[in-house]
Ligand binder design. Structure first.
Ligand SMILES: NC(=O)c1ccc[n+]([C@@H]2O[C@H](COP(=O)([O-])OP(=O)(O)OC[C@H]3O[C@@H](n4cnc5c(N)ncnc54)[C@H](O)[C@@H]3O)[C@@H](O)[C@H]2O)c1
Length: 436
């Protein structure tokens, strides 16, 4: 397989949190790469050597922008030039929490126009089992007249990118690859083996699609479990974090999950419902997934109640109180705010009459996005004593590492801590720091 010249030019469609690092990784491995996106502002920034993802450095982008082995473009006719096409476009849920496959469909239709004999097409976006073999295959075969497994080759390889994780990157995370044709499997495995440290081959695209969903369902269900446990421990006045840390000393049969203010990100709150939707076709309900969703999506309201109790102790109501949300990214040390529980909490507090500001060192201004348009353009406040002291309450929703929490403790007399930033509170600290 290593001699196969057909895999030396790779096209990556969708240059977001997943596609951009993937483009970089294939380029670093010595491939010729072409990155495609419909968003011309992203193409312009890469061309200028500037990153639009905070944890992805300008120095990394510059390696792409100065290279004669890298082209980035909005011109999809260049798909003609590549041998392999990797699809990394969004797979959100629609307003009715059904899979929104429009990005994948649109991309596949575009590929269909330029598909030629020998092309390898790999879907990386997270999706329901059957997307590759049913949806993609039908669109590509119908639009091109070519046949999967004979003329062109389809495979699925889930993206496991964990943005901001210092221990793992695109290259070092094992890559699951599946295809329903032998040749598709061989080509896809050969491609990824040249760029990534470890490839795990599975028999079909459906197995690979399902494996990705299982990983994220596993997280969603376990997070729901510790979140439910948190509610019970809170009512019993037992410190959930001390309980979890004690349980985690068991060297087998236990895996540590941490409770929080609710689920966030483009994956865990969304992906499980891709299986729920597909399971209905088989007359099946996914009760664990639904229950986990129910528990996790109730967490922001728990936080709001804790804010109410904290304000109440100060003799204040929500109405006209000034509340600062600390952290609007969905997890620490990233600039990604998709599905962040911060917005659910902020919207609820506004509906109750509170006056809301935010501080986030990773997101100075709330950008335009598919969600949260009501918050677009709002600017993070400055981190200084005179500013922070103005707020009746500060709610830590995202525990970014660069925030000085000892300063916060000095500056604010009412902190709602949803991330256990302040463990082991003294009796006097309990007067102003509330666990939520
Ligand atoms: N972000 C993560 O941490 C993560 C981790 C694992 C898997 N995933 C999955 O990877 C996929 C991509 O996620 P992401 O976070 O990179 O999304 P993203 O929104 O950051 O990036 C998607 C990119 O695709 C582009 N795009 C949209 N439609 C297009 C089209 N028709 N043609 C070309 N480009 C188009 C967008 O402009 C954007 O730049 C999703 O299925 C997601 O579930 C994401």
């Amino acid at each position: 397989m290593k001699k196969n010249k057909k895999i030396d030019k790779v096209g990556i469609i969708g240059l977001g949190y997943v596609g951009l690092p993937l483009l970089y990784t294939f380029h670093q491995a010595g491939f010729n790469v072409i990155g495609f996106d419909i968003d011309s502002s992203k193409i312009d920034l890469i061309t200028q050597g500037k990153s639009y993802i905070k944890h992805f450095k300008d120095s990394q982008i510059k390696k792409l922008s100065v290279s004669d082995r890298c082209v980035v473009t909005t011109d999809f006719s260049l798909l003609n030039e590549v041998d392999s096409i990797l699809i990394c476009v969004p797979t959100p849920l629609d307003h009715y929490r059904k899979p929104d496959m429009s990005y994948v469909v649109q991309t596949t239709e575009t590929i269909g126009k330029y598909l030629r004999s020998g092309h390898l097409v790999v879907l990386e976006s997270t999706t329901y089992p059957g997307t590759t073999d049913e949806l993609l295959k039908n669109i590509l075969e119908n639009s091109s007249g070519l046949v999967d497994g004979k003329d062109f080759y389809l495979a699925y390889s889930p993206e496991r990118e964990d943005p901001g994780n210092p221990d793992f990157n695109t290259k070092s995370i094992p890559k699951v690859v599946g295809s329903s044709t032998k040749r598709g499997r061989e080509l896809a495995v050969a491609l990824y083996e040249k760029a990534l440290d470890k490839v795990v081959t599975v028999s079909t695209a459906k197995v690979a699609e399902s494996a990705k969903l299982l990983e994220n369902i596993f997280r969603s269900v376990n997070i729901a479990l510790v979140n439910e446990m948190k509610l019970v421990m809170d009512a019993m006045d037992i410190d959930i974090h001390e309980v979890i840390n004690a349980a985690a000393t068991k060297p087998f049969g236990f895996m540590k999950f941490t409770p929080g203010p609710g689920l966030g990100g483009h994956c865990i709150p969304i992906d499980p419902f891709y299986l729920t939707w597909k399971a209905r076709e088989y007359g099946l309900n996914t009760r664990f997934i639904e229950l986990a969703g129910e528990v996790n999506s109730a967490m922001p309201e728990f936080v709001v109640n804790k804010i109410m109790l904290a304000l109440n102790r100060k003799g204040k109501a929500f109405k006209n109180s000034k509340i600062l949300i600390l952290g609007i990214a969905y997890k620490p040390n990233v600039d990604d705010m998709r599905e962040s529980p911060s917005f659910v909490i902020m919207d609820r507090l506004v509906s109750l009459g509170a006056d809301i500001d935010f501080y986030d060192p990773w997101i100075p201004v709330i950008p335009s996005s598919r969600e949260h348009m009501n918050w677009k353009g709002k600017v993070s406040v400055e981190w200084k004593e005179t500013v922070i002291k103005e707020y009746d309450a500060v709610v830590i929703v995202t525990d970014h590492a660069s925030v000085d929490y000892s300063e916060l403790k000095k500056w604010s007399d009412c902190i709602i801590d949803t991330r256990n930033v302040y463990p082991n509170l003294s009796e006097s600290e309990k007067e102003k720091i509330y666990k939520a």
